[in-house]
Design a protein around this ligand. Structure first.
Ligand SMILES: NC(=O)c1ccc[n+]([C@@H]2O[C@H](COP(=O)([O-])OP(=O)(O)OC[C@H]3O[C@@H](n4cnc5c(N)ncnc54)[C@H](O)[C@@H]3O)[C@@H](O)[C@H]2O)c1
Length: 657
């Protein structure tokens, strides 16, 4: 459906801003409000906002008249909606009012017009239930202020048609916004739903007399937030907070109804800025916050794990994919990162232990670890490798079955398996997916050792030479891309082991040379046949082999194009151990698991870099690097653990910290 004209119903804070965004993007828009004074206020606020844009040089005065020329403010619903392609409702957050407004819209809107609601929390299915054609309603959730905030959550109700959903998604892009797909209807959608447990947490802190609002707000501001949680609740309206909690109590969990202080404040008309008193007294639009030392009773990690937990529940239920959750939450909350990237830096155990602690302290089910976290599969969930029940695919546009590079986790070891046909040839897609897999594991502290393997039979017979590369420049870039991707393995802060079998030739050999340790079958055919094909060993091959086994031996092997076996590679010191093809997988995994337990991962990461980088610099620089690395390691928890375990004659339990 091609949207050419829009209507916004409700010209309040959000409605007037949404209409302005649409008009600024070049679309004609009508604005309807049932209260004439609200209509006027809406128009005034658009004019003021445009005036500010002129002042800051973002638009010209001529542009203002052009934008206003596309806007019609009217008190007639019929005039407002009759020839519009999309009608966006932005009236107050009261379900019955929204239903009544949509009934009225239905009377005058064209049969094929798309309907959208800007509701913050209410399930779309609920609002659509009284519509004659519920399939034409979807959520289109803007953030405040709509002129500035980029995010729009596009929400699919149970009956929303795909065509309507797609049209709203495209239209959101056309008006300059960044939409995310909320594929399944849930109260609060993505951003507000992820924030819900954290609101409950801050309220429970007061209900349980853990600390004062000013101490906790002071802590929050010390962490770089523009407002503390209580100042924010005062600003949004304590009654609005209560309404959301009551709605979540009905739709998500009765826990949200267990709060005391918020109800009491609403009964006492302490609604925040709008009544001059909430958690704080408000004067001239500013909260009068008593001075306080930052609270020592709360931690940022408390909030982060609650966000991660809720994000995982959304992934489990197929509400949204991890990429959209990350993008949505950071844009919606105006933060540089979202819960998915925070989760990448934590282990499953760290998240679960913290959630268990919060659950035991407050006894609310909402804080209990999500099923996936209980099962130890946090990393699968946030990397999109979890099969969701329904709704969103695990990874947008990336069918796992079609992937050429897969991650298989086994305790502290991850296998990166390349599976591209019989000979496992390496091409641009393999390199891209290898890069993605390396990035996914890079900061994952649950993984201490990585094994790079091929398909069931072959490590890799080399680069896909049939790949079309139009000219020399592209060939240079292709060469650099392989080298860059493989180098990531040598720089990755983990021990990386290559598991070589049947063929490790050309590009495959180059891949293995970028790993830290090579394990091979004795009969694996290894070598650089490039010169016999009129090529030279790229992707770092011409450089790394000589570094590993010396110039003379490397030159002989490369210039003759000799193919040698795993046994000879072991004699040359290229390969560390050999195992038969029947047992290589099991033996490599055992070896990797053993290293993952007994080697401090921090020590391994730093030592590996010292060895690789140190061999490229003069000795005195390398020694200086060594001393600095030693200083760094001295403060690590794993160093303490290694020494304590040694003294106590027990096995160390390294945490990668
Ligand atoms: N304020 C926010 O930060 C924010 C952010 C995102 C979404 N929302 C959602 O947007 C919607 C509107 O919120 P708001 O903050 O703009 O509220 P608001 O009170 O500023 O505006 C609501 C407007 O609706 C008008 N209205 C009331 N009854 C009407 C009717 N029957 N027909 C037509 N107009 C009617 C009012 O006169 C008012 O102008 C709500 O669903 C809210 O949850 C709000």
């Amino acid at each position: 459906m091609d949207i050419k004209k829009a209507t916004v119903v409700g010209s309040g804070l959000m409605g007037s801003g949404i209409a302005q965004v649409i008009a600024q993007a070049g679309f004609p828009v009508s604005v309807y409000d049932s209260f004439p004074e609200a209509l006027k206020k809406g128009k005034d606020s658009v004019e003021k906002s445009l005036g500010r844009l002129v002042k800051s040089g973002k638009i010209s005065q001529d542009k203002v008249s052009e934008i206003l020329g596309r806007m019609v403010f009217t008190g007639s619903m019929e005039d407002a909606v009759k020839d519009s392609d999309i009608i966006i409702e932005a009236v107050p957050e009261i379900p019955e009012l929204k239903e009544e407004v949509f009934k009225n819209i239905e009377k005058f809107a064209r049969q094929d017009a798309i309907l959208a609601t800007n509701t913050s929390n209410i399930r779309i299915t609920e609002i659509a239930s009284s519509l004659k054609n519920p399939e034409r309603l979807a959520g289109m959730h803007f953030f405040n202020p709509p002129v500035i905030m980029k995010l729009v959550e596009v929400i699919k109700g149970e009956k929303t048609s795909q065509a309507v959903f797609d049209s709203i998604f495209d239209f959101s892009k056309k008006i300059g916004k960044t939409p995310i797909r909320v594929m399944k209807d849930t109260a609060g959608f993505v951003v507000n739903r992820i924030s819900a447990p954290e609101s409950l947490y801050f309220i429970l802190l007061l209900d349980n007399n853990v600390d004062t609002p000013q101490a906790i707000d002071s802590f929050a501001k010390g962490q770089g937030l523009p407002m503390g949680p209580y100042e924010l609740m005062d600003y949004v309206g304590v009654d609005t907070v209560l309404h959301s909690l009551e709605y979540y109590a009905k739709t998500l969990s009765p826990d949200y109804g267990k709060t005391k202080i918020i109800k009491k404040m609403v009964d006492e008309n302490k609604l925040g800025i709008k009544t001059g008193q909430g958690f704080y007294k408000w004067e001239n639009g500013k909260a009068q916050i008593p001075k306080s030392e930052p609270s020592s009773k709360v931690q940022l990690l408390d909030v982060f794990v609650l966000e991660i937990n809720e994000a995982v529940k959304l992934i489990e239920d197929g509400v949204a994919v991890p990429d959209d959750i990350e993008k949505g939450y950071s844009l919606g909350m105006n933060r540089p990162f979202g819960p998915i990237s925070v989760a990448k830096g934590l282990t499953n155990k760290e998240v679960k232990d913290k959630l268990d602690e919060l659950y035991n302290k407050f006894k609310v089910e909402v804080f209990k670890p999500a099923r996936t976290i209980e099962e130890g599969k946090l990393k699968d969930a946030i990397s999109g490798n979890l099969k969701s029940k329904q709704g969103a695919p695990a990874k947008e546009n990336k069918d796992q079955g079609d992937r050429l590079v897969h991650i298989v986790r086994q305790g502290k070891v991850a296998r990166i398996e390349i599976r591209n046909g019989k000979n496992n040839l390496l091409n641009g897609t393999v390199l891209d997916q290898l890069h993605e897999s390396i990035q996914e594991l890079w900061n994952d502290r649950e993984i201490h050792v990585v094994v790079v393997a091929g398909n069931d039979n072959v490590f890799s017979a080399g680069a896909e030479l049939t790949q079309y590369i139009p000219d020399a420049f592209d060939f240079i870039e292709n060469s650099r891309k392989g080298e860059r991707t493989f180098r990531e393995l040598s720089e990755m802060p983990k021990i990386v082991i290559a598991e070589m079998k049947k063929y490790t030739l050309g590009g495959g050999f180059e891949l293995s040379l970028n790993c830290d340790i090579r394990i091979s079958t004795p009969d694996c055919i290894i070598g650089f046949p490039e010169v016999t094909l009129g090529l030279l060993p790229g992707w770092s091959g011409s450089q790394r082999l000589a570094k590993l086994i010396g110039l003379s031996r490397a030159t002989s092997l490369i210039l003759t194009g000799e193919k040698f076996d795993g046994k000879k590679a072991e004699e040359l010191g290229i390969v560390y151990k050999t195992y038969s093809s029947e047992e290589i997988r099991e033996k490599t995994m055992e070896f990797a698991a053993d290293l993952a337990e007994k080697v401090s991962p921090i020590a391994a990461a730093l030592t590996k870099r010292l060895l690789n980088k140190g061999s490229e610099v003069p000795m005195d620089v390398g020694l200086e690097m060594e001393a600095i690395a030693m200083g760094t390691i001295y403060t690590s928890q794993d160093f303490m653990e290694g020494i304590s375990a040694f003294v106590q004659k027990r096995k160390p339990e390294y945490k990668f910290r």
